[in-house]
Design a protein around this ligand. Structure first.
Ligand code: MN
Length: 435
């Protein structure tokens, strides 16, 4: 587990003035990574780091020879058109580059005059999925979501008995991953009303899933499990992720092998990956209630119990066509925290590899929909509308049970606590188009 160091010092300020604003997601204590280029250009894609409302163009830093040693080697990988090689270098390289960036961007840094030329305004850039994702796995780590959804699909048997023993997951589809700003057509699939024969039609029950995405670092050779004690060294960082879902297609197809066409048409990630190191001040205890089965030894460690969970605050907003036309801001549908997850990221890594399955740099895990224990903490419309039976009021007379054409879904994430600088994830936005 990454400990805090000088880069987390809440009193640090940057010579990039916008990074010192109370409301910024990207103070000098954050320094998340993305892949970008100037909007509308045919420039090469390259790695960048957020500072305030600017991006540090890592290709320019590299071309200027501004860093050397371990940080310089890490920079060369992070400046590439996708971050896989950088992710594969491991925690010492990530950390060396973070420290060098932090020292160069601090108030009073002698490098200021040189580094000024490495900045590009975020308003002028476009992003892409920051890694070539070889494999995408979606977990199901929120017991509150699993229970809410289980109750709708199987009222007599909401939570299956394996849930409290196995970090449940399935293999997703990497080809349809897109970055924030993605729009896609309402998918077609087999729908079945009551006991009628199924028919092929556009989904009528389109939904979002509030998730985080976890980018894998070095990974493991086939046949060699990653023990939970080593799992944290294979976690590069975390982004926001929307696992769009067609609930009517899902209800008909999901047994016996799980979701297929109900999920694989689109998945949207935020451009910025907040590193595991930046998240160190926001690690919290992971607890397993005394009435629940305790995890098997390969899923248990003292470090995981002491600080295996992350307190990442999450928020969902919905923006309809009409709100856009009338210039109204998108209302909040729900808020929760990743701290309520039943399984931790380290447990996901240990479980995924216990059979010898190899993870590779840039592989992506979805955490599964994050729903908290309270009212208004549900991470999907399926739950908020109780399976479509209870329309959700979204202001000015508009309601939703499921998404309508033109709806944009926006997730935001951030971390805050006393004694640490607030850091954020920016946003992930996606829009559903007509079929
Ligand atoms: Mn999901």
């Amino acid at each position: 587990m990454t400990l805090t160091n000088e880069t987390h010092d809440p009193s640090l300020r940057s010579w990039v003035e916008s990074a010192n604003a109370r409301t910024t997601d990207f103070p000098i204590q954050n320094l998340p990574f993305a892949v970008f280029r100037r909007r509308g250009s045919d420039e090469n894609w390259r790695g960048g780091v957020a500072i305030g409302d600017q991006v540090v163009d890592l290709a320019r830093v590299l071309a200027a020879g501004a860093l050397s040693g371990t940080a310089g080697d890490a920079l060369a990988a992070a400046a590439e058109p996708c971050l896989n090689r950088f992710m594969g270098l491991g925690a010492d390289a990530w950390s060396a580059l973070r420290l060098a960036l932090s020292r160069s961007l601090r108030e009073g840094a002698p490098a200021r005059s040189t580094w000024q030329a490495f900045l590009v305004a975020q308003a002028d850039v476009e992003f892409r999925v920051p890694a070539r994702v070889g494999d995408y796995t979606d977990f199901y780590t929120s017991i509150h979501h699993a229970t809410n959804v289980g109750r709708l699909f199987r009222p007599d048997n909401p939570l299956l008995p394996n849930y409290r023993w196995v970090p449940i997951g399935y293999h997703g589809r990497a080809s349809s991953l897109g970055v924030s700003g993605q729009s896609f057509r309402r998918p077609h699939g087999q729908l079945r009303a009551g006991t009628d024969d199924p028919r092929l039609a556009a989904s009528q029950r389109m939904d979002y899933e509030l998730e985080l995405g976890v980018f894998v670092g070095p990974g493991n050779a086939a046949g060699e499990a990653i023990p939970i004690e080593a799992a944290e060294r294979h976690v590069f960082g975390i982004c926001l992720l929307n696992d769009w879902s067609a609930r009517d297609i899902q209800a008909w197809e999901y047994q016996p092998l799980g979701p297929f066409l109900s999920k694989n048409f689109a998945t949207t990630v935020s451009p910025w990956i907040v590193t595991a190191e930046a998240l160190a001040p926001f690690r919290v205890r992971w607890e397993r209630g005394a009435d629940d089965p305790q995890p098997l030894p390969y899923l248990d460690s003292q470090a995981n119990r002491d600080a295996g969970a992350y307190d990442i605050r999450l928020e969902v907003r919905l923006e309809t066509d009409r709100m856009r036309r009338e210039g109204r801001s998108a209302p909040v549908l729900s808020r929760t925290s990743f701290r309520h997850a039943y399984w931790t990221v380290a447990q996901m890594v240990a479980h995924h590899t216990v059979n010898g399955c190899n993870l590779e740099p840039g592989d992506l895990f979805g955490t599964g929909t994050q729903s908290g224990p309270g009212e208004g903490e549900a991470g999907s419309l399926l739950e908020l509308s109780q399976g479509g039976k209870q329309p959700v009021a979204i202001g000015d007379g508009e309601t939703r049970t499921f998404l309508e054409d033109g709806d944009a879904v926006i997730f935001r994430g951030w971390c805050e606590r006393d004694g640490a600088a607030r850091i954020g994830f920016g946003e992930v936005r996606g829009t559903l188009l007509a079929a």
